[in-house]
Write a protein that binds this ligand. Structure first.
Ligand code: PMP
Length: 363
């Protein structure tokens, strides 16, 4: 809602009059490294498996509201029970539902900026107030003392690991402390966890932290951002809440079928994830060779890079070379920062070559 008319300004709920929609800053380009998607082709045979599942799906019936077949597959993947899982129309829907259920007027969300801006957007939609515990301006480390001091007054918390856009992972001992201190559920958003080193997921904390919620998505490692499928893992009483507040048919039959096939083909994605991880390191090394750039270590499928004239360079990448990356220059602590999704070797090579030219020209 950019400009409200006089009529809608008067009629819309007062807290929505100034709301700024989340803007993914998307324009069609030849090489899109702006949204942390998986830019690799699906592994051999996977698309055929998805197509077969889609072809066998009747369209005349409503979906299974809770997507139980898919829940069972996800439960097997994570070694939990069906009762521990709720599926959503992308991670976004589950984030919104988390705020809808546990936030609201008079409630407070603990947030760790710079991070994924949708959390604050959904907080504003649901009238949830936000307590920002800002990360260190240089390292983006979390201020653990300030967090634990603020946690008892919070109704919920969302912490991203690996964090988008800074790339760092959370410390499990700290997450366990946060869960103990927080006045409500704590969501760890693990949208990018498949790209992190082994053992970085907080899943093992679920048995000792009954208020822990872990968010996953098929949009990143599984290369399926277009089907809109995410899921949360948590204790059954929390999952019941997600089940109660959700739009009953939000996960359509085609998404359920495609996601089921993708999860069954999970092993086929291992080489893709391994290649993205190794390309991430190669890209980071190459960028670091240029003294004009600052690159933060990342456990996701993206790199945060600081450079002079970042906004101009982003615009020229887009307009002159049809390469899209994400500009974070106007976000507090991220001045002059671009976020670059790790692409295929060819995409990364082209980005590196063009960036070198533009940095020379803008120097
Ligand atoms: N969490 C984080 C940290 C993200 O970056 C994203 C997508 N950019 C999401 C959640 C939501 O992903 P989706 O809705 O595609 O599942």
């Amino acid at each position: 809602m950019a400009e409200l008319s006089k009529y809608t300004r008067a009629k819309v709920q007062p807290h929505l009059t100034g709301i700024k929609p989340y803007d993914p800053s998307f324009t069609p380009t030849r090489i899109n490294l702006s949204a942390n998607e998986n830019t690799y082709p699906l592994p051999k045979g996977v698309r055929a498996a998805v197509d077969k599942a889609l072809a066998a799906t009747p369209l005349n019936r409503y979906p299974d509201p809770m997507a139980n077949d898919l829940r069972d597959k996800l439960a097997a993947l994570h070694g939990v029970e069906r009762e521990n899982i709720c599926v959503g129309n992308g991670g976004d829907e589950l984030l919104f539902n988390f705020l809808l259920a546990f936030g609201g007027e008079g409630r407070r969300m603990l947030n760790f900026p710079p991070s994924f801006s949708e959390y604050e957007f959904f907080a504003s939609l649901t009238k949830t107030s936000v307590r920002n515990v800002r990360r260190d301006r240089k390292t983006f480390a979390i201020d653990e003392r300030a967090t634990l001091a603020a946690a008892p007054q919070a109704s919920l918390a969302i912490l991203t690991s690996p964090n988008n856009p800074t790339g760092d992972v959370a410390d499990p001992a700290f997450v366990a402390q946060l869960c103990r201190q927080c006045g409500g559920p704590v969501m760890i958003d693990e949208a990018y966890i498949e790209f992190a080193d082994q053992g970085k997921s907080m899943q093992s904390l679920l048995s000792s932290c009954p208020n822990l919620v872990i968010l996953h998505t098929l949009s990143k490692a599984f290369g399926a951002a277009g089907i809109r499928c995410g899921y949360v893992i948590a204790a059954p009483d929390i999952i019941d809440v997600f089940g109660a507040v959700r739009q009953i048919y939000s996960v359509n039959v085609l998404t359920q079928a495609a996601a089921g096939a993708l999860v069954s083909e999970r092993d086929a994605f291992e080489p893709v994830v391994a290649q993205i991880r190794s390309e991430r390191e190669r890209l980071a090394r190459k960028l670091e060779e240029d003294e004009r750039l600052t690159v933060w270590p990342s456990q996701g499928n993206f790199l945060l890079v600081r450079m002079d004239e970042a906004s101009t360079i982003r615009q020229r990448l887009r307009d002159e070379y049809s390469i899209l990356v994400r500009d974070f220059s106007d976000v507090p602590s991220l001045n002059d920062c671009l976020r670059i999704t790790v692409g295929t070797p060819e995409e990364n090579d082209e980005l590196l070559a063009v960036l070198a030219v533009l940095l020379d020209e803008e120097a």
